[in-house]
Design a binder for this molecule. Structure first.
Ligand SMILES: Cc1cc2nc3c(=O)[nH]c(=O)nc-3n(C[C@H](O)[C@H](O)[C@H](O)COP(=O)(O)OP(=O)(O)OC[C@H]3O[C@@H](n4cnc5c(N)ncnc54)[C@H](O)[C@@H]3O)c2cc1C
Length: 419
């Protein structure tokens, strides 16, 4: 298994970099496991890792229809934060914040977690009041939050249009300094390698076509690489949730699939020192360590499984970026791509046992599942191992929709487009 010490780097530099070992094994699937996890994205891999590490369940396979890390875990804009209003969300996302802080050491893999802060820009005094309310709610629960003046915003984002004649003049901002970014591929690879070392089998290119059932109970999966039986089957397939669950006979879930696009520019000198969001529309952006500006906006407002997007959203996102940073108008866009989002009806995730016996479901991540990967994996592993929800994910079980207990942080109702 690959080791990445300074000595190894030096040794391989002198031997043409041909001797590196694979970061994880490529095992043949066994006929049966204690737990099979469908989906080798961030949530599936972290769940496998914590099952093995925290609960001693090592007879685990993660099956993915492609190679690891090609789904949303490697397609997102990397923002990590816990700046929520509602206590359920605050405590749940704060668990991940704590885990992010030690993740590179925990996995012995540099996930490049950078606490450069997340700044929400306010364009109206009433918006600043709303931010103050959210910040106070966070501080009451021990999470850092600060109101920023106009001067603070200008310092964090040199080049932003601070003029009073701007389309939506800037009034201040709301900062969570402990928030930031991590390198998304490294998160997938780090969890994969660490889970593999604990004995988890990572089975790539194995699409789940059907679920094996003993009566009502889910008892395994039929994949393109054969049949695998399991005492427990967990599904963590993000944007493919409805389609995969349909294969288990579940055709109604409070989830819609939408495309979300992201964009990167050519490299620039540092001009954006934090992750930031625009309060006059829906836009979030940061500058990568390579200098590219990485940004995105709204989902495309129609259901789709295509991993590419539509031009009206591109135009909208570009217009918002140039409104804030007129000086970027001539910067070249290098790439854009899309990922399929699992949009839940209240904007909050679902981490649950069920909906069938022997089955467990992790989905509904909307715009924000990357930041939750460590905490979600730990809570989902707890649910699978103990057959009861973790204290912090208990509000996010599927039955909340039956109980009419929506966790609707933005108060914008059952409209995926608005989350
Ligand atoms: C453009 C974009 C920007 C985003 N920005 C942010 C952000 O800034 N911050 C943030 O917190 N979140 C962000 N997100 C959301 C975040 O990326 C997702 O919520 C999260 O990655 C989803 O969980 P995952 O990593 O497990 O999903 P994925 O990586 O998509 O994993 C699901 C896996 O399931 C596999 N699969 C599907 N069907 C099958 C099948 N039948 N059999 C076997 N395997 C199957 C897929 O191949 C895939 O590997 C963004 C998403 C996108 C698309």
């Amino acid at each position: 298994m690959a080791e990445y010490s300074a000595w190894q780097l030096l040794k391989h530099a002198f031997t043409g970099n041909t001797g590196w070992k694979e970061a994880w094994r490529k095992p043949e699937p066994k006929p049966a496991y204690e737990v099979v996890i469908v989906g080798g994205g961030g949530h599936g891999l972290s769940t496998a890792y914590y099952l093995a590490k925290e609960f001693g369940i090592r007879n685990v396979a993660v099956v993915d229809k492609g190679v690891l890390g090609q789904g949303n875990v490697g397609r997102n804009t990397q923002a990590i934060r816990s700046n929520y209003l509602l206590p359920e969300n605050q405590h749940f996302y704060e668990l991940s914040m704590d885990l992010w802080e030690g993740l590179s050491q925990e996995l012995n893999y540099n996930v490049m977690f950078s606490q450069r802060g997340v700044l929400n820009i306010a364009h109206h005094p009433a918006q600043l009041d709303q931010f103050a309310r959210r910040g106070n709610a966070m501080r009451l629960n021990g999470i850092d939050a600060e109101l920023y003046t106009r001067a603070d915003v200008a310092r964090a984002l040199p080049g932003i249009d601070m003029s009073p004649t701007a389309r939506f003049p800037i009034h201040g901002g709301f900062m969570q300094k402990s928030a930031g970014v991590a390198r998304h591929d490294a998160v997938a690879w780090g969890y994969a390698r660490a889970a593999d070392r604990l004995g988890v089998d990572l089975i790539e290119n194995a699409e789940v076509l059907e679920f094996i059932k003993d009566g009502d109970r889910v008892a395994g999966v039929r994949t393109t690489r054969g049949e695998i039986r399991a005492s427990k089957v967990a599904v963590a397939v993000a944007g493919s949730t409805s389609e995969v669950m349909r294969r288990a006979g579940i055709d109604r879930l409070p989830i819609e699939s939408h495309v979300l696009q992201a964009f990167v520019t050519e490299s620039l000198k540092p001009v954006i020192h934090t992750v930031a969001t625009y309060g006059g529309g829906h836009l979030y952006f940061s500058q990568t360590d390579k200098g590219s500006i990485l940004f995105g906006g709204d989902i495309d407002g129609y259901n789709s499984w295509a991993q590419r997007g539509n031009l009206p959203v591109v135009e909208d996102v570009m217009a918002e970026m140039v409104t804030l940073f007129p000086g970027l108008a001539r910067v070249r866009l290098l790439r854009s791509w899309g990922g399929i989002m699992d949009m839940s009806m209240d904007g909050s995730p679902i981490i649950t046992a069920g909906p069938l016996p022997g089955m467990y479901l992790n989905t509904g991540w909307c715009y924000g599942g990357f930041k939750a990967i460590p905490g979600s994996g730990l809570c989902f592993a707890h649910t699978i191992a103990k057959d009861e929800p973790h204290r912090l994910s208990a509000p996010f079980t599927l039955d909340r929709f039956q109980r009419a207990y929506a966790i609707d942080d933005k108060g914008q109702g059952p409209t995926p487009k608005w989350h």
